[in-house]
Ligand binder design. Structure first.
Ligand code: PXP
Length: 260
């Protein structure tokens, strides 16, 4: 399959990257061949996903190497490989040459990616890592908390994209006082503006749902969301195509509400 390129954006468009990790979680629960993450990725693309995201974790708890190779060979939309900035993943990414790599922190004991990369303290190691992927023609994004020091450091690495961690906002939306969730949303708004002013493309993701995506989509600098757990979970009720179409509608409605 030739390299899929990032779909062009008309002003105000936000791409939806569908993260299919948890299709693999379900498959691995019984050790068989189904559900197949590649088949579900194809279904997601048919339903309107603008890209497919998969996280090859060090412990291979969900997506496996063979899944990445099949995704790279078989899907027509851009493939975004989430990975830790380790020598092992670096070698795999250079061989696989996905459309994009999103560098994330990784701890073995965590349930999911719990926070953003500490770019500010690891600028010396991350910069050559980012540069070598860019030289291979891979778009690189850094998954960071919406924090000014990390946004600034991310720009210094030469990465063209940051993905802002939305987990704290989502957590506050569901479990804290409204004031707290406004505060977290404000951090995302400020980080998005700072990143955009530094010339970075702004993406976001983690924990996003139908209820929470609209307010983040209203941030004018947003260009891409990567969403997984909620979409795959909700697909049990509504099916994946309907779930993806509903999420795209929530994004569009959220965006247009900032113009009114
Ligand atoms: N973006 C990044 C960088 C992630 O690590 C994850 C989780 O794998 C997501 C987005 C998607 O998060 P969720 O599965 O909670 O939608």
């Amino acid at each position: 399959m030739p390299h899929a390129t990032t779909p062009p954006l008309t002003p105000n468009t936000i791409r939806l990257g569908v993260n299919i990790d948890h299709v693999a979680t379900l498959r691995n629960a019984r050790g068989g061949a189904y559900p197949d993450p590649v088949a579900l990725a194809k279904l997601a693309i048919q339903a309107g996903a603008d890209g497919i995201t998969a996280h090859l974790r060090e412990d291979r708890r969900h997506i496996r190497d063979a899944d990445m190779h099949r995704l790279r060979a078989e899907i027509s939309a851009p493939l975004n490989m989430e990975m830790a900035a380790t020598p092992e993943m670096h070698a795999i990414a250079l061989t696989l040459a996905p459309h994009a790599c999103c560098l994330v922190p990784e701890k073995r004991e965590e349930l999911t990616t719990e926070g953003g990369l500490n770019v500010a303290d690891h600028l010396n190691t991350l910069t050559p890592f980012v540069q070598s992927l860019l030289q291979k023609g891979i778009r690189v994004s850094l998954f960071i908390d919406p924090c000014p020091a990390h946004v600034f450091a991310a720009a210094k690495t030469g990465a063209p994209v940051v993905e802002l961690h939305t987990g704290a906002y989502v957590e506050a939306f569901y479990h804290a006082h409204e004031k707290e969730s406004f505060k977290k949303l404000k951090r995302l708004q400020e980080a998005a503006k700072q990143a955009h002013d530094l010339g970075l493309e702004v993406h976001a993701g983690h924990g996003l749902t139908f209820d929470t995506v609209g307010a983040v989509a209203r941030i004018p600098e947003m260009r891409e969301f990567n969403i997984g757990h909620f979409l795959i979970s909700h697909a049990l009720t509504d099916g994946l195509p309907t779930t993806i179409r509903t999420m795209k509608r929530c994004i569009t409605e959220g965006q247009s509400s900032h113009d009114s």
